[in-house]
Design a protein around this ligand. Structure first.
Ligand code: ADP
Ligand SMILES: N[C@@H](CCOP(=O)(O)O)C(=O)O
Length: 289
């Protein structure tokens, strides 16, 4: 049996639309073993057929690696919620792709998996940290990923998870097709400041730079709690962004107790569930048993 563990991710990181993503120490586990016919357990029945994302990724990986795809029993152990902007789809894609090589006795080639996974997702921002951990900034130059990881060991995170689902496909439809030169320049400058601030552990700088103009102005309409939370965070110099395409919002701080207080506040004032996490440094992990 092969056990593949993949972290949840918080994509976009505010000013890194489609390019930045942060791995979290909140993991999905995927078990693979040979079977007589395809069997998928541990997920809702509606997702347990031939169109299951893990299985589709496995087939894509088999084609890329030149393997003949054997039927599998895939068992999922994951409490990463679907369609909340925590990269549940990225965990499935990365696990399925990695399984294609591992099931056939070869080590999963992480850079090849990144390119394939980015192709399946349509953007590399959450699959890169799911594979490599940390905060990854990734751009696709034709089919080649150009990637740099930022160490996040100075930071803690709070994932605030509303009940409403937001499908990524739907949340992309609300975005404008073009932006102005002024907005593009502003976003580029803020993205550079944001990463510098993270590396220096400068929370004021990160908070000042954490002002997206490419997607949050449109997506906040899908998340009723966002504006109140963003105002409260800014008043306390806490960077907060819409995680992926939402509905989760991710706050980060150098000070874990600041996030503990915020966790109590969002529960009491807004009735919201949340989870304290740390950035993950490992990314994709594979165990043969
Ligand atoms: N544990 C799982 N089992 C089966 N399919 C899953 C699982 N987690 C995610 N998926 C797939 O990923 C889709 C959600 O992807 P998406 O809308 O991009 O949201 P997210 O922000 O969670 O990645 C689901 O509709 C389903 O196809
Ligand atoms: N850049 C993408 C990220 C989607 O992430 P997910 O975790 O919501 O799948 C987007 O913003 O559409």
């Amino acid at each position: 049996m092969i056990r593949i563990s993949v972290p949840a991710t918080s994509a976009n990181c505010s000013v890194g639309f489609d390019t930045m993503g942060l791995a979290l120490d909140w993991r999905g586990m995927f078990l693979f073993e040979q079977a007589d016919s395809l069997r998928i357990t541990g997920c809702p029945e509606a997702y347990a057929g031939e169109d299951n994302l893990i299985w589709k990724a496995y087939l894509t990986g088999c084609e890329a690696g030149g393997f003949s795809p054997d039927p599998l029993h895939i068992h999922i152990e994951s409490d990463i919620p679907f369609a909340r902007g925590l990269g549940s789809s990225a965990t499935c894609i990365v696990a399925g792709l990695a399984a294609a090589w591992e099931v056939h006795g070869q080590p999963a080639p992480r850079h090849e998996i990144l390119a394939l996974a980015a192709g399946m997702e349509g953007h590399p921002d959450n699959v890169a940290p799911a594979i490599f951990g940390n905060l990854c900034t990734t751009v696709m130059d034709r089919d080649q990923a150009v990637m740099c990881a930022t160490d996040m060991s100075l930071w803690h995170a709070l994932a605030i998870v509303p009940e409403n689902e937001v499908s990524t496909a739907e949340a992309r439809k609300v975005l404008p097709a073009t932006v102005s030169l002024k907005e593009a320049a502003l976003q580029a400058g803020r993205a550079a400041l944001f990463v510098q601030g993270l590396e220096r552990g400068d929370q004021q700088l990160v908070c000042a730079a954490c002002q997206d103009v490419l997607h949050e102005p449109w997506r906040k309409a899908l998340i009723p709690q966002y504006s109140r939370l963003k105002d409260a965070c800014e008043a306390n110099a806490v960077p907060l962004w819409i995680s992926g395409s939402g509905s989760t919002m991710l706050a980060i701080s150098r000070d874990r107790s600041q996030l503990e207080s915020m966790q109590a506040w969002v529960r009491k004032e807004m009735g919201l569930d949340s989870r304290l996490t740390n950035p993950d440094r490992e990314g994709l992990q594979i165990f043969h048993e």
